[in-house]
Structure formats: C-alpha cells, structure tokens
Design a protein around this ligand. Sequence first.
Ligand code: URA
Length: 204
Amino acid sequence: RAEPISDETDAISITELREAAKGCRRCPLWHDATQTVFGEGPDDARVVFVGEQPGEQEDLAGKPFVGPAGKVFNAILDEAGVDRQKIYVTNAVKHFKFEPRGKRRIHSKPNAGEVQACRWWIDREFALIKPELAVALGATAALSLLGKAIPVTKMRGQVIEREDGLRVFITIHPSFILRIHEPADKEAERERFLHDMKQVKRLM
Ligand code: URA
C-alpha cells in the first residue's frame, strides 16, 4: 500500500487521491460542474458501489448519492440490511454533466470517452481499497468496470468476474425506479432492486 500508484499522483490513500481529483482536467466536464464529486466511505470497504455520475444535488454538496436517487438508494440498502457506513460509494464519472435549460440544469448522460477518461480515478480507487465485490449501478457503471456495454436489465443479479479477479454484481441504477410513473410498476421495480440488494448483502 505504500507504493506510489502512478507517476501523476503519489496518492497512497483515498484522502490523497480525493485531493488530487479536485483539480482533474482529464475531460471537459470539469469546466461547467461546481466541483469534483469523489467517492465516499471507508477505505477498507469490502464492497464498492459505482453509480453513473453526480446529479445536481451531488454537484452542489460534493458528495455522491445525496439527492433523490440517493434517498431511494439509502432506503433500499437499509431495508436489505446493508450498512451504508460500511460501503464505499463512488461514480463512474466524477463531474456533473448537464444541459442548461433556463435556470435549471438537466442531467445529461456521460459518453464513452468521458467514462474512459474517468477510469483513471476509479481504477485507483479500486487499487487502494481492494474490495472483494463491486456493484455496478446501471449501464454506465458496468461500462466503466467491465470496459464493454452490458445489457443491464437482462443481466441484473449476475456476477461477472474480471480478469483481475474483481467480482462485479450487475444491477440497475436506482434513478430508474424514480422514472417509473405507474405506481404498481414502480413498486415492482423497487422490489426487484431490493431483491438485488439482499443478494449483494449475502455476497458481502
Ligand atoms: N446518480 C448517480 O449515479 N450518482 C450520484 O452520485 C447521484 C445520482
């Protein structure tokens, strides 16, 4: 753990890596975002959850999953018996990407180049934390972790083992639940996500 992990940062801890990421210019997204939203949680977590990118509220707070998707995520983790204090939560892309619409900032999906640029950080987070399991929350996280597009709704609940031995559990992004309007469908999707989180709990 005491080895410098690259020639561009001597970060030997998550705290140092987070500090280095504040000045990231690896893709253009830093320009319009408020700040880098780095991962959060114990640096010896056994499980790392990976989302897509910070949303509006995360951009302002500087912390991952504190907005509407984070509230759903926290509630379901709690129901599944997963202690958020014990997990590390991060995003595939660490700056908020948005389209301005009047005074509002509308979430815009990061592209493959932005995901690739930000792998520099996520690879280092994993190298320092060395978790046993990663949870890919949605397609962008799966792309970042596995380097290829994954049909998430088809493959959810499955574990894919990477060449380096990291096991990656595939599931949907919690904001998917928020986007469903029909109450019965929304509840059914919430139950499916809860089921996935209970499976993660068993794998921990
Ligand atoms: N959605 C994400 O993917 N990440 C966050 O931090 C918040 C919402």
